[in-house]
Design a protein around this ligand. Structure first.
Ligand code: IPD
Length: 333
């Protein structure tokens, strides 16, 4: 019997070479689709909040990536943003697993703000093996492979060596929630970093590309509450391979499913950022209670009359599907 692609690779030196090459090709193809669609009319829907957007292009690109990968690597597992939003499980097992964000920066994409990326990460035994991120408009391809360095269009990446927060440029992203308590904590975290005399705090609308800027040494630190494993997986390998650190906001080891992260060029700056932050609890990607919480938050946001009562009794004529992701609908009944 002729060995399959998977078997051939397992026998060779780098068992994941073929997977890496497939990720590069797909990220480039997907990037072309996103770049073309950027200037076209879009059908936009909301997911967990009014600021958490999705378009038909997110779905087209995700379908393309998942179907091609599934055909080539049928035994592999997948975690992908739109599939999870539609109810798929978000659990990282020991199996080879692809972690895909078809368009990172969907809100930018909707507004034609040209900071959007395709992100493909790959993990085996719950360890991240490689990451590929395509900056669709700048045509930059960022790659990182465990033990083999990080590159942008073939140029080796190195993080900044800054050790002082008072000389750091810090990046963050807002996350999907807009309820007053979350916004207060978000703004107060920014204030804390500015009071610690960080040179600046930037929000560019794509967590993966912000993390790529960190990997390139164009910024010194990144933190966020409310990002997902598909925002983080590929970028984590790229930053680590560029010499940087990626950790939990507590200062402990990164937990890919915890929806929170601090990354920096140096451990010193990462720890200083972590110490300055107050936690915003977004739950976990791999726990359903997280989605229940999102449901409650988004419902209360959208139906102020329920807010004062701390509960949400929706009238039959209310179109809940406009504000809540489909898998959460049964919880409302
Ligand atoms: C989002 C973006 C955004 C960040 C969110 C992410 P998406 O990804 O990276 O900047 O604030 O936390 O989920 O929804 O555009 O793929």
């Amino acid at each position: 019997m002729k060995p399959s692609g998977e078997d051939r690779e397992a026998q060779a030196g780098d068992p994941w070479e073929e997977c890496f090459e497939a990720a590069v090709q797909l990220a480039l193809r997907a990037g072309q689709i996103v770049r073309k669609a950027l200037s076209e009319e879009k059908r936009v829907s909301t997911k967990t909040s009014a600021a958490d957007l999705v378009t038909e292009t997110d779905q087209v690109v995700e379908d393309l990536i998942l179907s091609e990968l599934h055909q080539r690597f049928p035994s592999h597992r997948f975690i992908a943003e739109e599939a999870v939003a539609a109810g798929a499980k978000c659990v990282l097992t020991a199996s080879p697993t692809w972690i895909v964000d078809p368009i990172d920066g969907t809100c930018n994409f909707v507004h034609r703000f040209p900071t959007v990326a395709v992100s493909i990460g790959f993990a085996v035994d719950q360890e991240l093996e490689f990451g590929v991120i395509h900056d669709c408009t700048e045509e930059r391809l960022y790659t990182g492979r465990r033990g083999r360095g990080a590159f942008c269009n073939g140029q080796r990446l190195h993080v900044s060596t800054e050790t002082e927060l008072s000389r750091a440029l810090v990046l963050t992203e807002i996350g999907p929630r807009r309820d007053p308590a979350t916004l207060k904590l978000f703004l107060s975290n920014m204030e804390r970093l500015l009071r610690a005399r960080a040179h600046g705090v930037r929000v560019i609308g794509s967590s993966t590309l912000a993390l790529c800027h960190l990997a390139s040494g164009a910024a010194d630190a990144y933190y966020q509450f409310g990002l997902h494993c598909w925002d983080l997986a590929a970028a984590t390998v790229i930053i680590r391979e560029a010499g940087g650190v990626v950790m939990d906001t507590s200062g402990g080891p990164l937990d890919l499913m915890s929806c929170r992260v601090v990354a920096a060029g140096t451990r010193e700056v990462a720890m200083l950022v972590a110490q300055a932050l107050q936690t915003i609890n977004y739950g976990r990607d791999d726990e359903r209670s997280h989605w229940t919480h999102v449901l409650i938050t988004c419902s209360l946001d959208f139906f102020p009359e329920c807010k004062s009562q701390g509960a949400c009794v929706l009238q039959p004529e209310v179109d809940v599907s406009a504000v809540c992701p489909p898998p959460l609908m049964p919880l409302l009944k």
